[in-house]
Write a protein that binds this ligand. Structure first.
Ligand code: UD1
Length: 318
């Protein structure tokens, strides 16, 4: 049994990692500031040790990594528009905290750090799909911060022989993604609006595309990255290699939910990437990764989860 630290373990992706690790019989510790995470996300996961604290405080990072074999670094303040509005707060969470964690992990003799990187690093580079060897072109503070922490990981591998792997995520979605903030991921926002019979907003013409990735695929990729032999120091895309426009996404969800509403079109968002699709051959080669769940199946699972969770919340109130 290995001992895993999941930073941001009370968040959307982090809680799925904890669930799978526990299911596999591993030992799990979580550190989470609860700025965006929620204790409720872990309510169904048994035997998780929980540290409430902010990794931007170095003493929290030191405490969190003590006795740990593998660190899965998910803690971050996500969202492109949030970082455009408040770059200082997101910089602290996405860069300062990551550096603290790397130093603490190095000093504690952690075996490997697997870092949650972002597809936003590619910006609007014209070639599709995005290959890891392409030059990066961050368009927002969020994209830049994720890239800086990714480069810190690689530097720590070179300078201090701390094993690190960056997994670049591509628009992850699934159960427990929180739709309650204007900064939430688009799929969670659309599902909630359509289930409530409201019109979702599409920023721009809706022809921008994303490689929307169901969360179980990311969990599989990240856990493979902990043990993969030749992965240390590498940056690896984990996604589906698909490409869906916002207009297509809206149409699929409208059919699935059965809502007779039209979207509202608004101006494009500052810092928004136009098209995003991953080449996943490196993940196949180094991690033995292939997507487990398709986009369509993932959408169905997520809608089902949303319906079940709102029904149980309503039943709880009556
Ligand atoms: C970006 C990253 C993603 C990362 C996320 C963290 C890229 C390609 N992707 O996602 O890997 O996980 O940041 O926050 O850079 N939109 C609407 N209506 C809405 C909300 C969003 O039309 O109500 C549009 C956005 O303008 C965007 C798309 O939907 O074009 C996706 O937005 P969002 O879900 O916020 O994720 P990204 O910013 O693409």
């Amino acid at each position: 049994m290995a001992h895993y630290l999941v930073t941001g373990g009370a968040g959307f992706i982090g809680s799925h990692l904890c669930e799978e690790l526990t299911r596999r019989g591993e030992r799990v510790r979580v550190v989470d500031s609860l700025i965006t995470g929620k204790r409720a996300n872990l309510a169904h996961v048994p035997n998780v040790e929980f540290i409430e604290g902010d990794l931007a405080d170095f003493s929290v990072a030191t405490r969190a990594v003590k006795g740990i074999d593998y660190v899965l670094h998910q803690a971050a303040i996500p969202s492109v528009p949030r970082s455009v509005e408040d770059p200082i707060t997101s910089n602290r969470a996405n860069i300062d905290a990551s550096l603290n964690l790397l130093v603490a992990a190095r000093d504690a003799g952690v075996k490997r750090v697997v870092y949650a990187g972002s597809s936003s690093a590619y910006g609007n580079s014209p070639t599709m799909p995005k290959v890891e060897t392409m030059p990066t072109a961050p368009l927002s503070p969020y994209a830049l911060q994720k890239l800086v922490a990714e480069q810190y990981c690689q530097m720590f591998t070179r300078l201090y022989s701390l094993e690190t792997v960056t997994i670049r995520y591509f628009n992850v979605f699934g159960p427990r993604q929180d739709p309650s903030s204007p900064y939430s991921g688009v799929i969670s926002l659309f599902i909630r609006a359509l289930c409530e019979g409201r019109q979702p907003t599409i920023y721009g013409d809706g022809e921008q595309t994303r490689d929307f990735t169901y969360v179980a695929n990311v969990v599989d990729g990240v856990l493979r990255a902990c043990l993969a032999k030749d992965a240390s120091g590498e940056v690896i895309n984990v996604a589906t290699n698909g490409r869906v426009s916002l207009n297509q996404l809206f149409a699929s969800l409208r059919d699935l939910i059965g809502a007779a509403v039209e979207p509202i079109y608004a101006s494009p968002r500052a810092g928004d990437v136009r098209d995003s699709q991953a080449d996943i051959s490196k993940a196949a080669r180094l991690l033995g990764y292939t997507p487990l769940v398709t986009f369509d199946q993932g959408l169905r699972n997520t809608v089902e989860w949303y319906r079940a969770s709102t029904e149980s919340a309503t039943a709880g109130r009556t």
